[in-house]
Design a protein around this ligand. Structure first.
Ligand code: PMV
Length: 396
């Protein structure tokens, strides 16, 4: 068991192209969003294991001695269906939730306990430690916040238990794990996601683990080689939407108008493939013209998504406001409100970006200037993240 403080971070995700079409077997490109979740793990010897999640006001601790007496053999199961619902039910008894405990608190605590008990039970004694996780990502906005949480937990616990080495060398401020270690982090993170979401596709945890850009089709996930980091504005319209209802509405439209809707899905597929090709080209030889192609692809896909019926007045507003400043936007994720992305070409003046952000905030939207194609799960020199920790602590 490691004795030093460990600091890790993992990114959220957005879908660049292919939302909805991916449900019908087409390609989707998911990219890491440089809004990150941070985790600080502090080993100690007070006989407690603590979890604190300042973003959602959670602070819990448990006696390690009580966990030590538990028969954790129910967690033994090494296949991709883990954890099965019976295991999650047993964990609920272990968690000992108060009656009025909110659902997001329950799920976050269950994923933590599952990963802590499953990963650390191989140690002679369960470790006493404190974990704090905080995030720049809004929850429930389709930005992969729960996957980033599971990835951070898996990476930190596996490293603390020396199942994987700490890749940080003397003098490094930040470092990443090897491919083999990332595979293990992703495997455990997917299990954490299963505790939270039941039956997720696995794309969110894969993007958060590997970063960059991933192509996703019919359950097959592959990494794009050296994707460029593109600057974007991410806008949350804050209009609530149900992914399930929107997916069902597209399916109904496809059944009702197959001759009209199927070609739209095929065209969205072609947009994703063309975008993948351009990103590959940009990695080798970036030029302004490629950004113009990316903008055209964004516009065409946004129109297709509107034709599929997953647009929303708030998203139209977002597109109009950004277009008034010469910028191109599309919805990302399920649509019907939720989030949109706006591409920022390298030659866009900062003044124009500021004016756009101001106009979007004026519409009541939340807006972040960030990048996509960000690095995946990383370990940081503990002291280098003191400032954000202090900011969070000060805000408590
Ligand atoms: O809202 P999000 O980011 O979870 O994205 C949903 C993406 C869909 O393609 C609409 C649904 C899906 O399962 O792929």
């Amino acid at each position: 068991m490691l004795s030093e403080v460990l600091m890790v971070s993992a990114p959220g995700k957005v879908i660049l192209h292919g939302e909805h079409a991916v449900v019908h077997g087409k390609v989707a490109l998911a990219v890491a969003l440089n809004l990150r979740t941070f985790l600080r793990l502090q080993p100690h010897s007070n006989g407690k294991v603590g979890l604190s999640l300042p973003n959602i006001g959670v602070k819990r601790d448990w006696d390690v001695a009580r966990f030590q007496l538990l028969d954790t053999s129910f967690l033994e199961q090494d296949d991709i269906t883990a954890p099965i619902p019976e295991q999650v039910e047993k964990l609920k008894e272990v968690a000992d939730f108060p009656e009025d405990c909110a659902i997001n608190e329950r799920l976050a605590v269950l994923a933590f306990l599952y990963l802590y008990l499953s990963i650390c039970r191989k140690q002679r004694t369960l470790p006493s430690l404190d974990i704090m996780v905080w995030s720049e990502l809004p929850t429930g906005a389709g930005l992969g916040s729960s996957a980033a949480y599971s990835v951070c937990l898996a990476a930190a616990l596996l490293t603390a238990c020396e199942e994987i080495p700490n890749p940080l060398r003397d003098g490094d401020g930040i470092s990443r794990w090897t491919e083999k270690d990332l595979e293990l982090i992703n495997k455990w993170a997917f299990r954490g996601e299963r505790v939270i979401h039941g039956n997720p596709s696995g794309v969110d945890n894969a993007v958060s683990t590997w970063g960059g850009a991933l192509r996703y089709q019919k359950g097959q996930i592959s990494s794009l080689k050296r994707p460029p980091a593109l600057k974007i504005l991410l806008t949350n319209t804050k209009v609530p939407r149900s992914t399930k209802a929107l997916v069902a509405s597209v399916r109904n439209r496809l059944i009702k108008f197959p001759e009209i809707v199927a070609p739209l899905l095929t065209s969205i597929d072609a947009i994703a493939l063309e975008c993948e090709r351009v990103l590959g080209e940009m990695a080798v030889d970036p030029a302004l013209e490629q950004y113009l192609v990316l903008e055209e692809l964004i516009d065409m896909n946004q129109h297709h998504l509107n034709a599929l019926g997953v647009g929303h007045a708030s998203l139209d507003r977002l597109c109009q406001v950004t277009m008034a400043h010469g910028l191109h936007s599309k919805l990302t994720g399920a649509g019907g409100g939720g989030c949109g992305i706006t591409l920022l070409k390298p030659d866009v003046e900062q003044l124009a970006v500021e004016a756009t952000k101001q106009a979007l905030t004026g519409c009541g939207f939340d807006c972040w200037e960030t990048s996509i194609g960000a690095p995946g799960v990383s370990v940081h020199l503990a002291t280098s993240l003191d400032t954000p920790i202090r900011q969070v602590l000060d805000g408590l």
